[in-house]
Design a protein around this ligand. Structure first.
Ligand code: ASP
Length: 330
């Protein structure tokens, strides 16, 4: 066995010692003994699906003050839940085929605790209800009426989630009421967010109103732990956007975290995640999936089926919209 000596760098953006699973993934076999290996850990970091710059800015505000990753991801995605112009998350989300806006969300912390709400109506911040499920109940998932009742008991206010704009769009859609999955390759706006705080701890959150005009009762990947979101604080985290059925079929986010555990970078793991999905859908071009991942060192990556998916990243180095490579090139 080689003896590995790690140099400790002390600043907010770097860290020294890494946990055993990360050590296992470092390729140091050819290094002579006693040669110090420096592994720079970038932290804090906040990333989210798509270009939701206000959400990452909010998460960063929390992280910069020394706040924890869990608070950062919750408060970050709440920005999109409250934004009526984002028509696939929270207030202003598009309804199902019956005209009801039904929300899905989940959250996961550094200790593997998680909470989720599915088919939740009339509540503006499903992510905060999911956090309450995690923290105040012995359960992980609450659904529908039960979740709504629980939210009221926790002090959440009843809110009309349909806006003037989504009401009109729904009335328009009803004229033809095409009872088939509407696949809008460019218009999946679920927010999945991952953050690593200045302690080096990782948390994630994911929230959506799901696919527009879905069959009443449909639940996507976003509130399913392991599908739309997964965090393992020893390894990293992953989250997804796009057609949830395909993400569930591969347990996408869990798969990506496990691939990182085996030594893949976040980028490589996201690519493999998309390729697994495409293997089950050979030749199919009519759907979009975007994966996003972060590892324990604060490295990030993303990959998608079609061009157009990007992710926002906030670090000490800046606040960037990161381009993402795709399976299909155009
Ligand atoms: N993943 C979400 C769902 O299937 C939708 C999306 O990301 O647009 O519900």
């Amino acid at each position: 066995m080689q003896r590995r000596k790690f140099l400790k760098k002390s600043s907010l953006t770097t860290a020294g010692l890494l946990s055993a699973p990360i050590l296992a993934s470092c390729k140091t076999e050819n290094k002579p003994e006693n040669v110090p290996v420096t592994i720079v850990v970038k932290k804090p970091v906040a990333i989210c699906t798509w270009n939701f710059m206000n959400a990452t800015a909010k998460a960063w505000e929390v992280l910069e003050k020394g706040g924890n990753a869990l608070d950062a991801v919750e408060q970050g995605v709440m920005v999109e839940e409250a934004d009526v112009t984002n028509e696939t998350v929270g207030v202003g989300g598009r309804p199902d085929r019956e005209g009801n806006v039904t929300l899905d969300a989940c959250i996961m912390d550094k200790d593997g605790n998680c909470g989720s709400v599915v088919y939740l109506q009339n509540i503006a911040h499903p992510i905060s209800v999911a956090r309450k499920v995690m923290e105040d109940t012995p359960h992980i998932i609450l659904a529908g009426k039960g979740a709504e009742q629980f939210a009221y008991e926790k002090g959440f206010k009843k809110t009309d989630l349909l806006t003037e704009s989504t009401r009109k769009q729904y009335e328009e859609w009803k004229k033809e009421s095409k009872y088939e999955t509407v696949i809008n390759i460019e218009n999946h706006d679920t927010i999945g967010m991952l953050a690593i705080d200045s302690n080096g701890d990782i948390a994630g959150a994911c929230t959506t109103s799901g696919m527009a005009y879905k069959v009443a009762g449909r639940v996507g990947d976003s509130p399913i732990i392991g599908a739309g979101l997964y965090v393992d604080n020893e390894v990293g985290g992953a989250t997804a956007t796009g057609v949830g059925e395909e993400v569930i079929r591969t347990v996408g986010s869990f798969l990506i975290v496990e691939l990182m555990r085996q030594g893949k970078s976040p980028q490589e793991a996201c690519e493999e995640g998309v390729k697994r999905i495409m293997k089950k859908n050979e030749g199919r071009e009519d759907f979009q999936i975007g994966f996003l991942a972060i590892n324990k060192q604060g490295e990030t990556g993303g990959y998608c089926v079609h061009p157009g998916f990007t992710y926002r990243e906030y670090t000490q180095d800046g606040h960037e919209n990161q381009p993402v490579e795709s399976f299909y090139k155009k």
